[in-house]
Design a protein around this ligand. Structure first.
Ligand code: PNS
Length: 160
């Protein structure tokens, strides 16, 4: 049984993430999409909300399981017996950010990271930009599912 983990903050999940999940899920028996916490990023949604949005968004993708994790990603991978970490790359900046993490994780436990290039038409989509555009009144409905869009709109309205 081959199991891979695709970790991220997913604050919130976008069609860019879903593209990576769909294209990667078929490469393994199981893809675990795992929402964790990046301590250097501020978050809009709490962990339970991010999990709920991920579960709704991934419901139709075969082989995908959604889980939350705390602590080190390598420990989580060991706990669930995952063989690889999957990360989507939009471009050079993502590579610069992801490479040291992949190397550190390989050093810690020997786990390999597989980089998957984002579909070109989604290369500019990120959770951060979606939040910024939405918070300034822009239309982000083409970048997230209707359920995520609804939650994002409600969350931003509650913050005003
Ligand atoms: O959405 P992000 O910022 O790419 O998600 C990053 C995340 C949460 C996957 C990463 O920060 C992570 O793996 N955090 C868990 C803690 C950890 O293992 N840190 C050391 C990484 S080398």
């Amino acid at each position: 049984m081959t199991r891979a983990v695709c970790p991220g903050s997913f604050d919130p999940v976008t069609y860019g993430h879903l593209d990576i999940f769909r294209r990667t899920a078929g490469l393994f028996d199981e893809l675990v999409v795992a929402t964790g916490t990046n301590i250097s990023k501020s978050r809009l949604f709490d962990p339970e909300e991010r999990l709920e949005m991920l579960r709704e968004a991934c419901a139709g993708i075969p082989n995908v399981t959604v889980m939350g994790f705390t602590g080190l990603i390598v420990d989580f991978c060991r706990e669930i017996d995952a063989h690889a970490i999957v990360k989507g790359l939009r471009g050079g900046n993502d590579y610069e950010y992801e490479l040291p993490m992949a190397q550190m994780n390989a050093h810690l436990t020997g786990i390999e990271t597989i980089f998957v290039p984002t579909t070109a038409s989604l290369g500019y989509v990120s959770s951060s930009l979606v939040k910024e555009v939405a918070s300034l009144g822009g239309d982000v409905s083409e970048f997230v599912t209707p359920a995520v869009h609804e939650r994002l709109t409600a969350k931003l309205a509650a913050r005003r």
